[in-house]
Ligand binder design. Structure first.
Ligand SMILES: [Fe+2]
Ligand SMILES: [Fe+2]
Length: 356
């Protein structure tokens, strides 16, 4: 090292995991649908470099228009100055995009973990395609976040949920934590962003990412549903407990007081945090922030809970726990089946005509 060399700032976070690595010399699979999913994963690869990165982003034309934002419809928000409203919209959108970026890195790590751990070779093939999908998603959101040049840290509960998922020794739990819980959340958030934004580059990125995510959610179903059905009841109960614990981290995280990142959004916008909380309560009492605008999806109710029910991951014991925690167990598959990849990735391409 020369005298001039300086240590780079350490941006990594490293820990040991317990996952067992699994070889398998039977190159077949017990699950025929994995072949189909793998073929479609290969057919639907896309190159993030080929998107229109030179698209100018007009600062006077926000990424999410105020009328499409739940915050924008709050009476409190409408009383803020024009400058405060614009700064808040720009930073709250950037804060969400940073969560997409960091969440995608978590998905990259879990997909690679599944390729290591899952014993079925065809599931390894598929997990390898998901790993490259997730690398592409990190690449695309990293480029976009750099383009808007506003960066926010990962919210603690999302990091905790993905860390708990990565630190298990059971590949089924990694798939539950990522392909059912986090990707259920992501698919809903991407759908909502796709419908909220008119910014063409972000719309194109989100559209392509959603196509991949719909396959990832399908992988959770195609692989886990028959695998869980074949388990001893005690092992199924153990997975059901993990699913409950994961959803609880998510729900408690979303209900928790604002994290440091969101407080920063308020600070740069010149908004007092206590005034903002009072404004949220006022809007909620008026039914403004509770009701999602048409076409918006509630990730937990519409995607995550039906996926867990369908996979046999809600047992009578955990159903009572969900209900005691105020999390309704919704078994209606309508939205999930409309969103996920079944026969063709074209289902989300036709999002405007979709029935959900
Ligand atoms: Fe992804
Ligand atoms: Fe994914």
């Amino acid at each position: 090292m020369t005298a001039k060399a300086q240590a780079l700032p350490d941006t990594s976070h490293t820990y040991d995991t317990l996952m067992k690595v699994s070889w398998n010399f039977d190159y077949g699979s017990q699950i025929a649908k994995l072949d189909d999913l793998y073929e479609r994963a290969k057919d639907n690869q896309w190159n993030a470099s080929e998107l229109a990165w030179d698209t100018p982003i007009d600062p006077s034309n926000p990424i999410i228009a105020q009328e499409h934002s739940q915050y924008g419809r709050m009476p409190f928000f409408q009383k803020l100055s024009r400058a405060q409203q614009e700064t808040f919209m720009a930073h709250s959108t950037a804060q969400m995009l940073s969560q997409f970026l960091h969440g995608e890195q978590g998905a990259l790590l879990t997909a690679a973990t599944i390729a290591h751990g899952v014993p079925d070779v065809k599931a390894k093939y598929y997990a390898a395609t998901q790993t490259v999908d997730e690398a592409r998603h990190v690449e695309a959101y990293d480029r976009y976040v750099n383009k808007i040049a506003i960066h926010y840290p990962m919210v603690p509960w999302l990091k905790q949920l993905i860390d708990v998922t990565l630190q298990t020794n059971n590949y089924c739990k990694v798939m539950i934590g990522m392909n059912m819980i986090v990707e259920g959340l992501a698919l809903g958030a991407f759908n909502n962003m796709y419908r909220q934004t008119e910014e063409p580059l972000l719309k194109a990125i989100t559209f392509n990412v959603m196509r991949d995510e719909s396959r990832h959610v399908s992988f959770g179903h195609v692989y886990l549903t028959p695998t869980i059905a074949a388990l001893h009841a005690d092992d199924r109960e153990d997975l059901a407990q993990f699913a409950f614990d994961g959803v609880k981290i998510l729900m408690e995280g979303q209900a928790a007081p604002m994290d440091a990142g969101f407080l920063k959004v308020l600070e740069v916008s010149g908004i007092d945090a206590e005034d903002f909380v009072a404004g949220m309560k006022e809007a909620e009492a008026l039914g403004i922030t509770r009701d999602l605008p048409p076409g918006q999806i509630h990730s937990v109710k519409d995607l995550m809970m039906p996926a867990l029910v369908r996979a046999g991951l809600i047992t009578p014991r955990t159903k009572a726990m969900f209900e005691a925690a105020g999390i309704p167990v919704n078994a209606d598959l309508t939205v999930l089946e409309a969103m996920e990849d079944k026969k063709s990735d074209m289902n989300v391409l036709n999002a405007e005509q979709a029935a959900y």
